[in-house]
Design a protein. Structure first.
Length: 620
Protein backbone atom coordinates (compact mmCIF):
# COMPACT_ATOMS: atom_id res chain seq x y z
CA UNK A 1 0.00 0.00 0.00
CA UNK A 2 1.18 3.53 -0.77
CA UNK A 3 2.31 5.82 2.04
CA UNK A 4 -0.90 7.92 1.79
CA UNK A 5 -3.19 5.97 -0.59
CA UNK A 6 -5.00 8.11 -3.16
CA UNK A 7 -8.29 7.51 -4.93
CA UNK A 8 -8.57 4.44 -7.16
CA UNK A 9 -5.83 2.63 -5.25
CA UNK A 10 -7.70 -0.66 -4.86
CA UNK A 11 -9.02 -2.76 -7.72
CA UNK A 12 -12.83 -2.46 -8.11
CA UNK A 13 -13.32 -6.21 -7.71
CA UNK A 14 -11.25 -6.55 -4.53
CA UNK A 15 -14.37 -7.49 -2.46
CA UNK A 16 -14.93 -10.49 -4.76
CA UNK A 17 -11.67 -12.15 -3.69
CA UNK A 18 -11.03 -15.37 -5.62
CA UNK A 19 -14.40 -15.07 -7.37
CA UNK A 20 -13.17 -12.09 -9.42
CA UNK A 21 -12.76 -14.31 -12.48
CA UNK A 22 -16.53 -14.60 -12.70
CA UNK A 23 -16.35 -11.19 -14.40
CA UNK A 24 -14.75 -12.81 -17.44
CA UNK A 25 -17.17 -15.74 -17.60
CA UNK A 26 -19.91 -14.17 -19.80
CA UNK A 27 -17.46 -13.21 -22.55
CA UNK A 28 -15.46 -16.44 -22.33
CA UNK A 29 -18.64 -18.51 -22.64
CA UNK A 30 -20.09 -16.33 -25.39
CA UNK A 31 -16.92 -16.38 -27.50
CA UNK A 32 -16.62 -20.16 -27.16
CA UNK A 33 -20.28 -20.66 -28.05
CA UNK A 34 -20.02 -18.52 -31.19
CA UNK A 35 -16.81 -20.23 -32.28
CA UNK A 36 -17.98 -23.81 -31.84
CA UNK A 37 -21.74 -23.55 -32.43
CA UNK A 38 -22.27 -20.38 -34.45
CA UNK A 39 -22.40 -19.96 -38.20
CA UNK A 40 -19.10 -20.02 -40.01
CA UNK A 41 -19.59 -16.36 -40.87
CA UNK A 42 -19.88 -15.47 -37.17
CA UNK A 43 -16.82 -17.41 -36.09
CA UNK A 44 -14.26 -14.94 -34.80
CA UNK A 45 -10.91 -16.50 -33.92
CA UNK A 46 -9.58 -13.28 -32.40
CA UNK A 47 -12.60 -13.08 -30.05
CA UNK A 48 -12.30 -16.74 -29.06
CA UNK A 49 -8.56 -16.52 -28.36
CA UNK A 50 -8.79 -13.69 -25.81
CA UNK A 51 -9.46 -15.98 -22.83
CA UNK A 52 -6.80 -18.61 -23.74
CA UNK A 53 -4.39 -15.73 -24.28
CA UNK A 54 -5.01 -14.49 -20.73
CA UNK A 55 -4.20 -17.99 -19.43
CA UNK A 56 -0.99 -18.06 -21.47
CA UNK A 57 0.01 -14.72 -19.93
CA UNK A 58 -0.53 -16.14 -16.44
CA UNK A 59 1.59 -19.18 -17.29
CA UNK A 60 4.29 -16.94 -18.75
CA UNK A 61 4.41 -14.84 -15.58
CA UNK A 62 4.48 -17.94 -13.36
CA UNK A 63 7.43 -19.35 -15.30
CA UNK A 64 9.31 -16.11 -14.66
CA UNK A 65 8.43 -16.20 -10.95
CA UNK A 66 9.73 -19.77 -10.57
CA UNK A 67 12.84 -19.08 -12.63
CA UNK A 68 13.67 -15.93 -10.68
CA UNK A 69 13.21 -17.58 -7.29
CA UNK A 70 15.34 -20.55 -8.32
CA UNK A 71 18.13 -18.40 -9.75
CA UNK A 72 18.27 -15.98 -6.82
CA UNK A 73 18.28 -18.91 -4.36
CA UNK A 74 21.35 -20.33 -6.11
CA UNK A 75 23.01 -16.93 -6.00
CA UNK A 76 24.67 -16.87 -9.41
CA UNK A 77 24.13 -13.58 -11.27
CA UNK A 78 21.98 -12.28 -8.40
CA UNK A 79 21.81 -8.48 -8.33
CA UNK A 80 20.44 -7.40 -4.93
CA UNK A 81 21.09 -9.41 -1.76
CA UNK A 82 18.51 -7.83 0.52
CA UNK A 83 15.79 -10.16 1.87
CA UNK A 84 12.21 -10.69 0.72
CA UNK A 85 9.69 -11.21 3.50
CA UNK A 86 6.02 -12.18 3.81
CA UNK A 87 4.88 -8.56 3.69
CA UNK A 88 6.13 -8.24 0.12
CA UNK A 89 4.60 -11.56 -0.93
CA UNK A 90 1.21 -10.48 0.43
CA UNK A 91 1.46 -7.11 -1.29
CA UNK A 92 2.24 -8.73 -4.64
CA UNK A 93 -0.15 -11.68 -4.40
CA UNK A 94 -2.80 -10.07 -6.64
CA UNK A 95 -0.52 -9.77 -9.66
CA UNK A 96 -3.18 -11.41 -11.83
CA UNK A 97 -5.50 -8.41 -11.38
CA UNK A 98 -3.86 -6.57 -14.25
CA UNK A 99 -4.40 -9.56 -16.55
CA UNK A 100 -8.07 -9.65 -15.57
CA UNK A 101 -8.25 -5.89 -16.19
CA UNK A 102 -6.67 -6.21 -19.63
CA UNK A 103 -9.02 -9.07 -20.49
CA UNK A 104 -12.10 -7.04 -19.62
CA UNK A 105 -10.85 -4.09 -21.68
CA UNK A 106 -10.03 -6.32 -24.66
CA UNK A 107 -13.53 -7.80 -24.61
CA UNK A 108 -15.17 -4.38 -24.27
CA UNK A 109 -12.87 -2.84 -26.87
CA UNK A 110 -13.74 -5.55 -29.34
CA UNK A 111 -17.43 -4.76 -28.90
CA UNK A 112 -17.00 -0.97 -29.03
CA UNK A 113 -14.64 -0.82 -32.00
CA UNK A 114 -16.22 -3.70 -33.93
CA UNK A 115 -12.75 -5.17 -34.38
CA UNK A 116 -14.01 -8.56 -35.47
CA UNK A 117 -12.29 -11.29 -37.46
CA UNK A 118 -8.80 -9.83 -37.23
CA UNK A 119 -6.36 -11.43 -39.69
CA UNK A 120 -3.70 -13.69 -38.24
CA UNK A 121 -0.77 -11.62 -39.57
CA UNK A 122 -0.12 -8.23 -41.15
CA UNK A 123 3.45 -7.05 -41.59
CA UNK A 124 2.56 -3.36 -41.75
CA UNK A 125 0.67 -3.64 -38.45
CA UNK A 126 3.61 -5.31 -36.70
CA UNK A 127 6.05 -2.65 -37.95
CA UNK A 128 3.68 0.15 -36.94
CA UNK A 129 3.29 -1.33 -33.46
CA UNK A 130 7.07 -1.49 -32.98
CA UNK A 131 7.60 2.10 -34.14
CA UNK A 132 4.77 3.50 -32.04
CA UNK A 133 6.13 1.74 -28.98
CA UNK A 134 9.70 3.00 -29.48
CA UNK A 135 8.45 6.55 -30.03
CA UNK A 136 5.27 7.81 -28.32
CA UNK A 137 4.86 5.00 -25.76
CA UNK A 138 8.44 5.07 -24.43
CA UNK A 139 8.55 8.88 -24.47
CA UNK A 140 5.21 9.38 -22.69
CA UNK A 141 5.96 6.60 -20.19
CA UNK A 142 9.28 8.21 -19.27
CA UNK A 143 7.65 11.53 -18.39
CA UNK A 144 4.69 9.92 -16.64
CA UNK A 145 7.10 7.79 -14.60
CA UNK A 146 9.14 10.86 -13.77
CA UNK A 147 5.96 12.60 -12.61
CA UNK A 148 5.13 9.60 -10.42
CA UNK A 149 8.33 10.27 -8.50
CA UNK A 150 7.12 13.71 -7.52
CA UNK A 151 6.25 13.67 -3.82
CA UNK A 152 2.51 14.20 -4.36
CA UNK A 153 2.02 11.22 -6.71
CA UNK A 154 4.76 9.10 -5.16
CA UNK A 155 3.28 9.17 -1.66
CA UNK A 156 -0.25 8.45 -2.95
CA UNK A 157 0.48 5.88 -5.65
CA UNK A 158 3.96 4.92 -6.81
CA UNK A 159 5.41 4.24 -3.35
CA UNK A 160 3.27 1.08 -3.38
CA UNK A 161 5.44 -0.29 -6.20
CA UNK A 162 8.69 0.91 -4.63
CA UNK A 163 7.92 -0.77 -1.32
CA UNK A 164 9.69 -3.74 -2.95
CA UNK A 165 13.36 -2.77 -2.96
CA UNK A 166 14.27 -6.32 -3.97
CA UNK A 167 12.08 -6.97 -6.96
CA UNK A 168 10.53 -10.19 -8.22
CA UNK A 169 9.02 -10.55 -11.71
CA UNK A 170 5.52 -9.83 -10.39
CA UNK A 171 6.73 -6.63 -8.76
CA UNK A 172 6.51 -5.18 -12.27
CA UNK A 173 2.70 -5.17 -12.17
CA UNK A 174 2.23 -4.36 -8.49
CA UNK A 175 0.76 -0.90 -8.87
CA UNK A 176 -2.39 0.86 -7.68
CA UNK A 177 -5.41 0.58 -9.98
CA UNK A 178 -5.11 4.24 -11.03
CA UNK A 179 -1.59 3.66 -12.38
CA UNK A 180 -2.74 0.64 -14.37
CA UNK A 181 -5.40 2.76 -16.06
CA UNK A 182 -2.70 5.13 -17.33
CA UNK A 183 -0.39 2.27 -18.33
CA UNK A 184 -3.17 0.67 -20.35
CA UNK A 185 -3.87 3.97 -22.12
CA UNK A 186 -0.18 4.23 -23.02
CA UNK A 187 0.15 0.65 -24.25
CA UNK A 188 -3.14 0.99 -26.12
CA UNK A 189 -1.62 3.61 -28.44
CA UNK A 190 -0.09 1.05 -30.86
CA UNK A 191 -3.07 -1.30 -30.52
CA UNK A 192 -5.76 1.32 -31.15
CA UNK A 193 -3.78 2.88 -33.98
CA UNK A 194 -3.51 -0.42 -35.82
CA UNK A 195 -7.21 -1.10 -35.29
CA UNK A 196 -8.23 2.32 -36.60
CA UNK A 197 -5.89 2.02 -39.60
CA UNK A 198 -7.12 -1.53 -40.22
CA UNK A 199 -3.61 -2.96 -39.94
CA UNK A 200 -4.20 -4.89 -36.70
CA UNK A 201 -3.72 -8.65 -36.54
CA UNK A 202 -3.86 -11.42 -33.97
CA UNK A 203 -0.06 -11.65 -34.02
CA UNK A 204 0.54 -7.90 -33.59
CA UNK A 205 -1.81 -7.77 -30.58
CA UNK A 206 -0.53 -10.90 -28.87
CA UNK A 207 3.17 -10.30 -29.60
CA UNK A 208 3.02 -6.75 -28.30
CA UNK A 209 1.35 -7.72 -25.03
CA UNK A 210 3.71 -10.68 -24.57
CA UNK A 211 6.65 -8.37 -25.31
CA UNK A 212 5.53 -6.03 -22.53
CA UNK A 213 5.09 -8.97 -20.13
CA UNK A 214 8.49 -10.41 -21.05
CA UNK A 215 10.35 -7.13 -20.61
CA UNK A 216 8.55 -6.30 -17.37
CA UNK A 217 9.35 -9.72 -15.90
CA UNK A 218 12.94 -9.64 -17.08
CA UNK A 219 13.53 -6.18 -15.68
CA UNK A 220 12.35 -7.18 -12.21
CA UNK A 221 13.74 -10.75 -11.98
CA UNK A 222 16.76 -9.73 -9.80
CA UNK A 223 19.33 -11.75 -11.73
CA UNK A 224 21.33 -10.66 -14.74
CA UNK A 225 20.75 -12.72 -17.87
CA UNK A 226 21.45 -10.43 -20.85
CA UNK A 227 24.76 -11.72 -22.29
CA UNK A 228 27.60 -9.23 -22.68
CA UNK A 229 28.34 -10.45 -26.19
CA UNK A 230 25.21 -8.67 -27.47
CA UNK A 231 26.58 -5.28 -26.44
CA UNK A 232 30.02 -6.11 -27.85
CA UNK A 233 28.58 -7.06 -31.24
CA UNK A 234 26.21 -4.09 -31.36
CA UNK A 235 27.23 -1.32 -28.88
CA UNK A 236 24.20 0.95 -29.58
CA UNK A 237 22.01 -1.82 -28.15
CA UNK A 238 22.61 -0.43 -24.66
CA UNK A 239 20.42 2.54 -25.63
CA UNK A 240 17.63 0.35 -26.99
CA UNK A 241 17.13 -2.38 -24.38
CA UNK A 242 17.49 -2.35 -20.62
CA UNK A 243 18.82 -5.15 -18.45
CA UNK A 244 17.63 -6.49 -15.08
CA UNK A 245 20.52 -4.75 -13.31
CA UNK A 246 19.66 -1.49 -15.10
CA UNK A 247 16.13 -1.43 -13.70
CA UNK A 248 17.23 -2.84 -10.35
CA UNK A 249 19.16 0.39 -9.81
CA UNK A 250 15.90 2.29 -10.18
CA UNK A 251 14.48 0.33 -7.23
CA UNK A 252 17.51 1.01 -5.06
CA UNK A 253 18.30 4.59 -6.16
CA UNK A 254 14.70 5.67 -6.96
CA UNK A 255 15.46 8.76 -9.08
CA UNK A 256 17.63 7.25 -11.81
CA UNK A 257 17.03 4.83 -14.72
CA UNK A 258 13.41 5.90 -15.20
CA UNK A 259 12.93 4.59 -18.76
CA UNK A 260 10.44 1.88 -19.59
CA UNK A 261 12.49 -0.56 -21.71
CA UNK A 262 14.72 1.80 -23.75
CA UNK A 263 17.51 3.53 -21.76
CA UNK A 264 18.02 6.12 -24.48
CA UNK A 265 15.53 8.42 -22.77
CA UNK A 266 17.56 8.34 -19.55
CA UNK A 267 20.66 9.29 -21.52
CA UNK A 268 18.83 12.13 -23.28
CA UNK A 269 17.28 13.61 -20.13
CA UNK A 270 20.16 12.99 -17.73
CA UNK A 271 18.66 10.34 -15.43
CA UNK A 272 21.06 7.52 -16.34
CA UNK A 273 22.76 6.04 -13.27
CA UNK A 274 26.56 6.14 -13.45
CA UNK A 275 26.92 2.80 -11.67
CA UNK A 276 24.82 0.99 -14.30
CA UNK A 277 27.69 -0.64 -16.18
CA UNK A 278 29.67 -1.69 -13.10
CA UNK A 279 26.59 -3.30 -11.54
CA UNK A 280 25.89 -5.11 -14.80
CA UNK A 281 29.46 -6.47 -14.95
CA UNK A 282 29.50 -7.53 -11.29
CA UNK A 283 26.10 -9.22 -11.47
CA UNK A 284 26.90 -11.08 -14.66
CA UNK A 285 30.14 -12.49 -13.25
CA UNK A 286 28.75 -13.44 -9.84
CA UNK A 287 29.23 -17.13 -9.02
CA UNK A 288 26.91 -19.54 -7.24
CA UNK A 289 26.69 -19.03 -3.50
CA UNK A 290 28.27 -21.63 -1.22
CA UNK A 291 26.17 -22.00 1.94
CA UNK A 292 27.42 -22.95 5.38
CA UNK A 293 24.36 -25.11 6.10
CA UNK A 294 22.08 -27.09 3.78
CA UNK A 295 18.73 -28.61 4.72
CA UNK A 296 17.78 -31.52 2.46
CA UNK A 297 14.03 -31.99 2.15
CA UNK A 298 11.74 -33.52 -0.48
CA UNK A 299 8.30 -33.15 -2.03
CA UNK A 300 5.40 -34.59 -0.06
CA UNK A 301 2.18 -34.87 -2.10
CA UNK A 302 1.70 -34.08 -5.80
CA UNK A 303 0.11 -30.75 -4.82
CA UNK A 304 3.23 -29.82 -2.85
CA UNK A 305 4.86 -28.66 -6.10
CA UNK A 306 2.62 -25.60 -5.91
CA UNK A 307 3.47 -25.01 -2.25
CA UNK A 308 7.21 -24.99 -2.85
CA UNK A 309 8.85 -21.59 -2.79
CA UNK A 310 9.48 -22.10 -6.51
CA UNK A 311 5.78 -22.76 -7.09
CA UNK A 312 2.95 -20.33 -6.40
CA UNK A 313 4.30 -17.55 -4.18
CA UNK A 314 0.94 -16.81 -2.54
CA UNK A 315 0.28 -20.51 -1.84
CA UNK A 316 3.80 -21.06 -0.49
CA UNK A 317 3.36 -18.13 1.89
CA UNK A 318 0.69 -20.03 3.83
CA UNK A 319 0.84 -23.40 5.65
CA UNK A 320 0.36 -26.30 3.26
CA UNK A 321 -3.15 -27.68 2.96
CA UNK A 322 -4.85 -29.56 0.14
CA UNK A 323 -6.98 -27.10 -1.82
CA UNK A 324 -9.78 -27.98 -4.23
CA UNK A 325 -8.75 -25.11 -6.51
CA UNK A 326 -5.35 -26.71 -7.06
CA UNK A 327 -7.14 -29.90 -8.09
CA UNK A 328 -8.26 -28.04 -11.22
CA UNK A 329 -4.61 -28.00 -12.27
CA UNK A 330 -4.45 -31.81 -12.41
CA UNK A 331 -2.95 -31.89 -15.95
CA UNK A 332 0.04 -29.84 -14.73
CA UNK A 333 0.20 -31.89 -11.53
CA UNK A 334 0.34 -35.16 -13.46
CA UNK A 335 2.94 -33.74 -15.81
CA UNK A 336 5.12 -32.62 -12.90
CA UNK A 337 4.94 -36.08 -11.31
CA UNK A 338 6.05 -37.63 -14.59
CA UNK A 339 8.89 -35.11 -14.96
CA UNK A 340 10.19 -35.80 -11.43
CA UNK A 341 10.44 -39.49 -12.28
CA UNK A 342 13.15 -38.61 -14.80
CA UNK A 343 14.76 -35.79 -12.82
CA UNK A 344 17.34 -37.36 -10.55
CA UNK A 345 19.08 -34.42 -8.89
CA UNK A 346 18.29 -32.16 -5.98
CA UNK A 347 17.68 -28.47 -6.61
CA UNK A 348 17.95 -25.31 -4.53
CA UNK A 349 14.59 -23.93 -3.42
CA UNK A 350 15.40 -21.32 -0.77
CA UNK A 351 18.20 -19.26 0.72
CA UNK A 352 18.31 -17.58 4.11
CA UNK A 353 20.78 -15.73 6.28
CA UNK A 354 21.09 -15.99 10.04
CA UNK A 355 23.83 -14.22 11.95
CA UNK A 356 27.01 -15.03 10.00
CA UNK A 357 25.57 -18.13 8.33
CA UNK A 358 24.42 -18.54 4.75
CA UNK A 359 21.70 -21.18 4.54
CA UNK A 360 20.06 -23.07 1.69
CA UNK A 361 17.23 -25.58 1.39
CA UNK A 362 17.61 -28.28 -1.23
CA UNK A 363 14.73 -30.40 -2.47
CA UNK A 364 14.84 -34.01 -3.57
CA UNK A 365 12.30 -34.43 -6.41
CA UNK A 366 10.57 -37.42 -4.86
CA UNK A 367 7.19 -37.77 -3.13
CA UNK A 368 6.22 -39.42 0.16
CA UNK A 369 4.71 -42.42 -1.57
CA UNK A 370 7.98 -43.26 -3.29
CA UNK A 371 9.81 -43.47 0.04
CA UNK A 372 7.51 -46.28 1.15
CA UNK A 373 8.19 -48.36 -1.97
CA UNK A 374 10.94 -50.79 -1.06
CA UNK A 375 12.12 -51.07 -4.66
CA UNK A 376 12.68 -47.29 -4.77
CA UNK A 377 14.84 -47.08 -1.64
CA UNK A 378 18.17 -47.73 -3.33
CA UNK A 379 17.56 -45.04 -5.95
CA UNK A 380 16.47 -42.52 -3.30
CA UNK A 381 19.49 -43.34 -1.15
CA UNK A 382 21.73 -42.80 -4.15
CA UNK A 383 20.16 -39.37 -4.72
CA UNK A 384 20.62 -38.40 -1.06
CA UNK A 385 24.20 -39.66 -1.15
CA UNK A 386 24.90 -37.65 -4.31
CA UNK A 387 23.51 -34.52 -2.63
CA UNK A 388 25.70 -35.07 0.44
CA UNK A 389 28.84 -35.57 -1.65
CA UNK A 390 27.99 -32.53 -3.77
CA UNK A 391 27.55 -30.40 -0.65
CA UNK A 392 30.80 -31.74 0.82
CA UNK A 393 32.69 -30.94 -2.37
CA UNK A 394 31.32 -27.38 -2.41
CA UNK A 395 32.51 -26.76 1.14
CA UNK A 396 29.21 -26.93 3.03
CA UNK A 397 29.82 -27.27 6.79
CA UNK A 398 26.59 -28.98 7.93
CA UNK A 399 23.82 -30.84 6.13
CA UNK A 400 20.58 -31.70 7.93
CA UNK A 401 18.25 -34.44 6.72
CA UNK A 402 14.58 -33.48 6.61
CA UNK A 403 11.30 -35.44 6.46
CA UNK A 404 11.77 -39.01 5.16
CA UNK A 405 15.37 -38.49 4.03
CA UNK A 406 16.53 -39.90 7.39
CA UNK A 407 14.29 -42.91 8.01
CA UNK A 408 15.55 -45.93 9.89
CA UNK A 409 14.53 -48.36 7.15
CA UNK A 410 15.95 -46.09 4.46
CA UNK A 411 19.41 -45.28 5.81
CA UNK A 412 19.53 -45.87 9.60
CA UNK A 413 18.95 -42.18 10.33
CA UNK A 414 21.81 -41.21 8.01
CA UNK A 415 24.37 -43.64 9.44
CA UNK A 416 24.62 -45.40 6.06
CA UNK A 417 26.31 -42.40 4.44
CA UNK A 418 28.89 -42.02 7.21
CA UNK A 419 29.80 -45.69 6.92
CA UNK A 420 30.23 -45.39 3.15
CA UNK A 421 32.12 -42.08 3.35
CA UNK A 422 33.98 -41.89 6.68
CA UNK A 423 36.13 -38.99 5.45
CA UNK A 424 33.26 -36.59 4.94
CA UNK A 425 34.25 -33.06 5.95
CA UNK A 426 30.72 -31.81 6.44
CA UNK A 427 28.72 -32.84 9.50
CA UNK A 428 25.53 -34.81 8.93
CA UNK A 429 22.61 -34.11 11.27
CA UNK A 430 19.26 -35.89 11.65
CA UNK A 431 17.91 -33.44 14.25
CA UNK A 432 16.43 -36.08 16.54
CA UNK A 433 17.90 -34.58 19.72
CA UNK A 434 16.36 -31.16 19.20
CA UNK A 435 13.04 -32.66 18.07
CA UNK A 436 12.86 -34.72 21.26
CA UNK A 437 13.88 -31.72 23.38
CA UNK A 438 11.10 -29.60 21.87
CA UNK A 439 8.49 -32.31 22.51
CA UNK A 440 9.58 -32.70 26.13
CA UNK A 441 9.49 -28.94 26.72
CA UNK A 442 6.10 -28.56 25.03
CA UNK A 443 4.36 -30.73 27.63
CA UNK A 444 2.43 -28.40 29.98
CA UNK A 445 3.89 -27.77 33.42
CA UNK A 446 2.34 -29.92 36.13
CA UNK A 447 1.68 -32.91 33.87
CA UNK A 448 2.16 -36.21 35.69
CA UNK A 449 1.28 -38.75 33.02
CA UNK A 450 1.25 -38.97 29.23
CA UNK A 451 0.25 -41.56 26.66
CA UNK A 452 2.79 -42.32 23.94
CA UNK A 453 1.42 -43.76 20.71
CA UNK A 454 2.70 -44.13 17.16
CA UNK A 455 5.46 -45.79 15.22
CA UNK A 456 8.47 -45.80 17.52
CA UNK A 457 11.41 -43.82 16.23
CA UNK A 458 14.67 -42.42 17.52
CA UNK A 459 12.77 -39.32 18.69
CA UNK A 460 10.07 -41.38 20.43
CA UNK A 461 12.65 -43.38 22.38
CA UNK A 462 14.45 -40.20 23.43
CA UNK A 463 11.20 -38.56 24.56
CA UNK A 464 10.13 -41.61 26.57
CA UNK A 465 13.55 -41.87 28.20
CA UNK A 466 13.58 -38.18 29.14
CA UNK A 467 10.04 -38.22 30.55
CA UNK A 468 10.65 -41.34 32.64
CA UNK A 469 13.85 -39.78 33.94
CA UNK A 470 11.82 -36.69 34.94
CA UNK A 471 9.39 -38.87 36.88
CA UNK A 472 6.41 -38.65 34.54
CA UNK A 473 4.37 -41.77 33.98
CA UNK A 474 4.53 -42.80 30.32
CA UNK A 475 1.76 -45.11 29.17
CA UNK A 476 1.58 -47.17 26.01
CA UNK A 477 -1.34 -49.17 24.66
CA UNK A 478 0.51 -52.23 23.39
CA UNK A 479 2.85 -54.76 25.00
CA UNK A 480 5.26 -54.88 22.05
CA UNK A 481 5.71 -51.10 22.18
CA UNK A 482 6.25 -51.32 25.94
CA UNK A 483 9.02 -53.88 25.51
CA UNK A 484 10.77 -51.82 22.83
CA UNK A 485 10.57 -48.65 24.90
CA UNK A 486 11.74 -50.38 28.08
CA UNK A 487 14.90 -51.56 26.36
CA UNK A 488 15.81 -47.91 25.68
CA UNK A 489 14.97 -46.43 29.09
CA UNK A 490 18.15 -45.69 31.08
CA UNK A 491 16.67 -44.34 34.34
CA UNK A 492 13.14 -44.59 35.70
CA UNK A 493 11.91 -47.56 33.70
CA UNK A 494 9.31 -48.21 36.41
CA UNK A 495 7.52 -45.08 35.15
CA UNK A 496 6.78 -46.87 31.89
CA UNK A 497 3.49 -48.82 31.90
CA UNK A 498 1.09 -50.61 29.59
CA UNK A 499 -2.43 -49.26 29.89
CA UNK A 500 -5.76 -49.97 28.24
CA UNK A 501 -7.24 -46.78 29.65
CA UNK A 502 -7.15 -43.81 27.31
CA UNK A 503 -8.10 -41.12 29.80
CA UNK A 504 -4.76 -39.34 29.53
CA UNK A 505 -5.08 -35.66 28.64
CA UNK A 506 -1.63 -35.49 27.01
CA UNK A 507 -0.94 -37.76 24.04
CA UNK A 508 2.54 -37.87 22.49
CA UNK A 509 1.81 -39.18 19.00
CA UNK A 510 3.57 -40.10 15.79
CA UNK A 511 2.94 -41.78 12.48
CA UNK A 512 0.83 -44.90 12.93
CA UNK A 513 -1.74 -43.36 15.28
CA UNK A 514 -4.99 -45.11 14.37
CA UNK A 515 -8.23 -43.22 13.81
CA UNK A 516 -10.15 -45.28 16.36
CA UNK A 517 -7.48 -44.55 18.98
CA UNK A 518 -7.77 -40.85 18.35
CA UNK A 519 -11.57 -41.02 18.54
CA UNK A 520 -11.34 -42.78 21.93
CA UNK A 521 -9.30 -39.95 23.44
CA UNK A 522 -11.16 -37.92 26.09
CA UNK A 523 -12.50 -34.47 25.31
CA UNK A 524 -9.86 -31.75 25.61
CA UNK A 525 -6.94 -34.08 24.89
CA UNK A 526 -3.76 -32.36 23.73
CA UNK A 527 -2.06 -34.22 20.87
CA UNK A 528 1.66 -33.38 20.69
CA UNK A 529 3.40 -34.95 17.65
CA UNK A 530 6.93 -36.32 17.83
CA UNK A 531 6.94 -37.23 14.13
CA UNK A 532 7.87 -35.23 11.05
CA UNK A 533 4.28 -35.35 9.79
CA UNK A 534 1.24 -34.07 11.72
CA UNK A 535 -1.62 -36.40 12.67
CA UNK A 536 -4.91 -36.13 10.83
CA UNK A 537 -7.22 -33.85 12.81
CA UNK A 538 -10.38 -35.85 13.50
CA UNK A 539 -11.55 -34.16 16.67
CA UNK A 540 -12.94 -30.65 17.03
CA UNK A 541 -13.02 -30.96 20.81
CA UNK A 542 -9.29 -31.62 21.18
CA UNK A 543 -6.09 -29.62 20.77
CA UNK A 544 -3.54 -30.45 18.09
CA UNK A 545 -0.06 -29.02 18.48
CA UNK A 546 2.16 -28.70 15.43
CA UNK A 547 5.10 -30.98 14.72
CA UNK A 548 8.34 -30.24 16.66
CA UNK A 549 9.32 -26.72 15.69
CA UNK A 550 10.09 -23.23 16.98
CA UNK A 551 9.63 -19.67 15.79
CA UNK A 552 12.72 -18.15 14.19
CA UNK A 553 14.20 -14.90 15.58
CA UNK A 554 13.66 -11.60 13.77
CA UNK A 555 17.26 -11.57 12.53
CA UNK A 556 16.58 -14.74 10.53
CA UNK A 557 16.15 -13.18 7.08
CA UNK A 558 14.64 -13.88 3.67
CA UNK A 559 11.72 -15.93 4.97
CA UNK A 560 8.97 -15.61 2.36
CA UNK A 561 7.44 -19.09 2.39
CA UNK A 562 6.15 -21.60 4.93
CA UNK A 563 7.94 -24.85 5.64
CA UNK A 564 5.32 -27.41 4.67
CA UNK A 565 2.37 -27.22 7.13
CA UNK A 566 4.11 -24.98 9.66
CA UNK A 567 2.93 -21.39 10.29
CA UNK A 568 4.83 -18.38 9.03
CA UNK A 569 8.37 -17.93 10.40
CA UNK A 570 8.20 -21.29 12.15
CA UNK A 571 10.94 -23.83 11.47
CA UNK A 572 11.00 -27.58 12.01
CA UNK A 573 13.35 -29.01 14.63
CA UNK A 574 15.16 -31.07 12.00
CA UNK A 575 16.01 -27.97 9.97
CA UNK A 576 16.91 -25.94 13.06
CA UNK A 577 19.25 -28.67 14.23
CA UNK A 578 21.63 -28.20 11.31
CA UNK A 579 21.78 -24.45 11.89
CA UNK A 580 22.47 -24.87 15.61
CA UNK A 581 25.07 -27.54 14.85
CA UNK A 582 26.98 -24.95 12.80
CA UNK A 583 26.48 -22.10 15.28
CA UNK A 584 27.69 -24.21 18.19
CA UNK A 585 30.68 -25.47 16.21
CA UNK A 586 29.97 -29.14 16.93
CA UNK A 587 32.49 -31.50 15.40
CA UNK A 588 30.50 -34.75 15.43
CA UNK A 589 27.77 -36.21 13.25
CA UNK A 590 24.30 -36.64 14.72
CA UNK A 591 23.13 -39.73 12.85
CA UNK A 592 22.38 -43.36 13.59
CA UNK A 593 22.10 -43.97 17.33
CA UNK A 594 24.06 -40.84 18.23
CA UNK A 595 22.09 -38.43 20.40
CA UNK A 596 23.05 -35.09 21.88
CA UNK A 597 22.00 -34.04 25.35
CA UNK A 598 18.38 -32.89 25.13
CA UNK A 599 19.10 -30.20 27.68
CA UNK A 600 22.05 -28.88 25.66
CA UNK A 601 20.02 -28.94 22.44
CA UNK A 602 17.18 -27.01 24.09
CA UNK A 603 19.49 -24.42 25.67
CA UNK A 604 21.29 -23.86 22.37
CA UNK A 605 18.00 -23.11 20.60
CA UNK A 606 16.97 -20.57 23.25
CA UNK A 607 20.38 -18.92 23.43
CA UNK A 608 20.35 -18.38 19.67
CA UNK A 609 16.99 -16.65 19.75
CA UNK A 610 14.57 -19.38 18.69
CA UNK A 611 11.19 -19.01 20.38
CA UNK A 612 9.12 -21.93 21.78
CA UNK A 613 5.54 -22.30 20.57
CA UNK A 614 2.80 -22.51 23.15
CA UNK A 615 -0.24 -24.76 22.91
CA UNK A 616 -3.14 -22.38 22.34
CA UNK A 617 -6.75 -22.38 21.19
CA UNK A 618 -5.47 -21.84 17.65
CA UNK A 619 -4.45 -25.51 17.72
CA UNK A 620 -8.06 -26.51 18.27
Amino acid sequence: MATTPGILTDWPWKPLGSFKYVLLAPWAIHSSYLYFNGDEEKRDLSYFLIFPFLLVRMLHNQIWISLSRYQTAKGSKRIVDKPIEFEQVDRESSWDDQILFNGLLLYMGRMALKSENLPFWRTDGVVMTALLHAGPVEFLYYWFHRALHHHFLYSRYHSHHHSSIVSEPITSVTHPFAEHIVYFLLFAIPLLTTVLTETASIVSFSLYVMFIDFMNNMGHCNFELVPKILFIIFPPLKYLIYTPSYHSLHHTQFRTNLSLFMPIYDYIYGTWDKSTESLYENSLSRAKEVPHVVHLSHLTTPQSIYHMRLGFAAVASKPFATKWRLSLLWPFTCLSVIVTCFFGRTFVSERNTFKALKLQSWVLPRFNLQYFMEWRREAINNMIEAAILDADQKGVKVLSLGLLNQGKELNEYGELYIQKHPKLKLKLVDGSSLAAAIVVNTIPKGTTQVLLRGNLSKVAYAVADALCHMGLQVGTLYENEYQKLKSKITIGSNNLIVTKITTHQIWIVGDGLEEFEQLNAPKGTIFIPFSQFPPKRLRRDCYYHITPSMKVPSCFENVDSCENWLPRRVMSAWRMAGILHALEGREMHEVGETMLSLEDAWKASLQNGFIPLEISSSSF
